[in-house]
Design a protein around this ligand. Structure first.
Ligand code: NAP
Length: 325
């Protein structure tokens, strides 16, 4: 089979499509033909050696995927050839024609969900859902500010915040991105490349400030928004797409009685697998009811994987990008 191989950490252009051995499932595993794989910001960080996880080289990157079962281990009971499933592998393997995975890690999905959308439902929506539900404990009627609101996790947070009954204030760098966020349920928008984020959050919350801020961006956006957080507000630390890890003067936490809340979805899936499955079932139900959706901005072929990663890192993406295999 063919797979994208990272032979050494470095530039995204170092990735190459190569012929490798077909994977063989053990008795508890499924063999999948990959139909599509979602692209995530951490995939690019991983290949550049900038992520928390550093697999030995050579390896195949790619975390989330949709595939069709083409083989089952002798002990596998609940899956048949032809079943369509989604799953993820925290660090690698999905940018390939085939993959093996433990049957217990696969989630069956109906064929009505297109593979690029199905593959892209896991990491971004899973992160936003866990962040807003288990970490922020967002309540109906609260004001939620989403930074980077047209990015992968940002747009998912806009949809999920709306589904949970919050007033969603989307913040992003262009009017085009904000229009997308509005089409996905945002009640108000802030263009933070043109207006003061701090002042605009106050205006949209009648001076009270945001109850929850969802921050996958970091840098200046964190610094400005945390100054417009409400008393008892929760600042969700999701990521640092801007490249700058901000610092919080803790006197702000004291004076405003706010909480800085870390979110690490990957650890959550490992430490609390049962709750992770409950979350995924809720996301799939919401998807099928039309409460949430996956906006796939562009698809790329497997051989174009590095271009897909560069597209995400270039701040261009609106929603998600997927590789169709
Ligand atoms: N904590 C977790 O469990 C978890 C899970 C998944 C992802 N993450 C992290 O969350 C962050 C966002 O991931 P994502 O998938 O949402 O990424 P994404 O789709 O690329 O969105 C990131 C957004 O950040 C903004 N941004 C600001 N400066 C940027 C820059 N210099 N380059 C790129 N984007 C920039 C962009 O919005 P504007 O142009 O509107 O500013 C962009 O839409 C990443 O750091 C990722 O590692 C964390």
């Amino acid at each position: 089979m063919k797979a994208i191989i990272c032979n050494e950490y470095g530039a995204l252009s170092n990735l190459h499509l190569q012929e490798v051995d077909n994977p063989e499932p053990n008795e508890n595993e499924l063999l999948l033909k990959i139909l599509a794989a979602g692209i995530n910001f951490p995939d690019a960080l991983l290949v550049q050696g900038l992520y928390q996880v550093k697999p030995d080289t050579p390896f195949t990157p790619g975390m989330e995927f949709c595939g069709e079962v083409i083989g089952t281990g002798s002990a596998v009971k609940d899956f048949d050839i032809g079943d369509r499933v989604i799953s993820f592998n925290l660090s690698y393997g999905a940018f390939a024609e085939q993959i093996t995975l433990p049957a217990m890690a696969a989630i069956k999905i109906p064929r009505t969900i297109e593979p690029p959308q199905a593959a892209s439902l896991i990491v971004a929506h899973g992160t936003a859902h866990h962040a807003l539900k288990q970490r922020a404990m967002l309540q109906a009627g609260e004001a939620l500010v989403v930074l980077g609101a047209a990015g992968g996790t940002g747009l998912a947070a806009v949809q999920i915040g709306k589904a949970m009954g919050a007033k969603v204030i989307a913040a992003a760098s262009t009017d085009e991105k904000l229009e997308l966020a509005q089409n996905h349920g945002a009640d108000a928008t802030i263009n933070y490349s043109q207006e003061s984020l701090k002042d605009a959050i106050r205006q949209h919350t009648n001076g009270k400030g945001a109850d929850v801020i969802y921050d996958p961006v970091g840098g200046d956006a964190f610094d400005a928004s945390v100054r417009s957080i409400a008393r008892y507000g929760r600042m969700l630390v999701i990521g640092f797409a801007s490249g700058t890890i901000p610092k919080l003067p803790v006197n702000l936490a004291l004076v405003k009685e706010i909480s800085l809340v870390g979110v690490f979805w990957g650890t959550f899936t490992q430490k609390e697998p049962a709750l992770f499955k409950v979350n995924m079932q809720e996301l799939l139900e919401w998807y099928q009811q039309g409460v949430i959706s996956v906006a796939v901005d562009r698809t790329f072929s497997l051989s174009e994987t590095s271009a897909a990663l560069e597209y995400v890192m270039g701040r261009q993406v609106k929603g998600k990008v997927a590789v169709v295999v």
